[in-house]
Ligand binder design. Structure first.
Ligand code: 5GP
Ligand code: ZN
Length: 119
């Protein structure tokens, strides 16, 4: 386990701890991958660390294994579900202008159709 910080009020900590149910796609010692409740594409997964880490604009050098691990986990899941060839998009929303809702670090994985890129 990379770290074990839990925040009581955090919805993604609750999902990681199974206090709130979600459709879990993949799980290991450090990360959980689950389906987004409000999908923006045919495949829309969220990859989170089990430990509570804040969003990208709060990351510290010591968080590099978790942050890097999220990207590698996304790659692994994309291969497992067979979208590596067709393609996918990985998104970190950061702060208000990006519409970030949850302050537990998470990486969106979108796939399953040609994706528009809008701002
Ligand atoms: P953000 O905008 O913070 O980058 O993304 C948060 C995402 O979490 C949103 O896409 C939202 O639909 C998803 N989400 C919020 N609450 C829940 C929940 O309780 N369960 C699941 N599965 N997804 C959630
Ligand atoms: Zn959390």
């Amino acid at each position: 386990m990379l770290k074990s910080i839990i925040v009581e009020s955090c919805i993604f900590c609750k999902i990681a701890n199974k206090e709130i149910s979600s459709e879990i796609v993949s799980e290991d010692e450090n990360f959980v991958v689950f389906k987004d409740i409000n999908p923006k594409a045919p495949i829309h997964f969220l990859i989170i660390p089990k430990a509570h880490i804040g969003p990208v604009n709060t990351l510290k050098a010591e968080d590099k294994d978790i942050a890097g691990g999220l990207v590698l986990k996304a790659k692994e899941v994309a291969e497992k579900i067979g979208v590596s060839g067709s393609g996918y998009r990985l998104i970190f929303n950061v702060g208000k202008d990006a519409g970030m809702e949850v302050d537990h670090l998470h990486l969106h994985l979108l796939a399953g159709k040609p994706l528009k890129f809008e701002s």
